[in-house]
Design a protein. Structure first.
Length: 95
């Protein structure tokens, strides 16, 4: 996977979340709480988080998805897992 610009990834996440949560993009901020600010539910959060992870070929477990509270949390989880999986893949190639 090629490295993504963090700003582009956050913008892509917000654009992707808007229709999933029936919100205008302008209403979604990195600090927005998915339940309190955006009207999501715990089960919807898990579904959305796992689906966004799938877009970037990262596996997010139900327990990991259950810890997500904000838009930034989704970003951080996908960003961290993407970087970790890239490092592991590079290490395996260099063996």
């Amino acid at each position: 996977m090629s490295e993504r610009n963090p700003t582009n990834l956050m913008n892509e996440l917000i654009k992707w979340l808007a229709p999933k949560l029936s919100k205008d993009e302008s209403a979604i901020l990195p600090t927005s709480n998915l339940i309190d600010d955006l009207g999501s539910t715990a089960s919807k959060n898990k579904e959305v988080v796992k689906a966004f992870g799938t877009r970037f070929a990262v596996n997010i477990s139900d327990s990991e998805a259950g810890t997500i509270e904000t838009v930034r949390d989704i970003f951080d989880m996908v960003d961290t897992k993407t970087k970790t999986e890239t490092i592991v893949a590079l290490a395996e190639v260099s063996r």
